[in-house]
Design a protein around this ligand. Sequence first.
Ligand code: ADP
Ligand code: ADP
Length: 232
Amino acid sequence: EPVVETADLTRVYRSATGETYALRGVDLVLLPGSLTVVAGPSGSGKSSLLTLLSARERPSAGELRVLGSDVAGASAGLLRRLRHRRIGYVPQRASTGLFPHLTAGDHVRQVAAWRGDRHADVHAVLDAVGLAPRAGHRPATMSGGEQQRLAVAMALVARPALVVADEPTAELDHAHADRVLDALAVAAEEGSAVVLSSHDPRVTERAGRLLRLRDGVLSSETAQSQETVAVI
Ligand code: ADP
Ligand code: ADP
């Protein structure tokens, strides 16, 4: 049973000055236990795609099924429940999703509660992204990279079926980026469908499956495996 299924997925932004096709005709299936990286230059549609896959927006045209729900037809309340209970999401700018009065530990506990898991091991999740020593800190005293890792911990706690991460290593140094990628890979090994965007080669080389977006079109796909195929 696919976690996400799209057919001819299209996203158009309309404004007074015209329309922008951010995505055109995207066909995509995400299965449980998969790690997918969406690569592509700035403006190619990565954020637009991840926003749709995480049920935060509705498609302009085409089909989008997320965790069994038709996103175009579902009520706002259903989509919100879906997001809170079953989808982990790392926004491109982590600070937008953080609450000034809550500590890092509170954030993770709060999200675990949304997911119906009051016994989640908050310390273990923070430790997985190297934030255990920061558990008692509030966002104002955390660096951008720490906030980004906190957003990853929130996305992963209580093992949501779908994890969507928009450039989750953008603000991280090499060592912390590796740690975050390890944590995302573990979630995929444990059965989540994990999809992230990046234009960092260090990230794309670790993809189980690599998709490329160009001008809103999913232009090529590489299935990477242990057997390396040299293309010259
Ligand atoms: P990426 O994440 O790869 O940088 P985006 O999905 O952010 O790409 O953007 C894809 C295209 O859609 C770009 O041309 C961008 O300018 C446009 N776009 C994105 N969001 C909006 C918006 N809210 N209003 C108008 N155009 C937008
Ligand atoms: P909504 O409650 O309608 O989903 P938001 O997406 O703005 O509204 O949620 C508020 C904040 O809660 C987010 O910015 C984010 O920090 C956190 N959050 C929301 N959904 C998730 C999620 N699925 N996984 C992790 N954190 C989330």
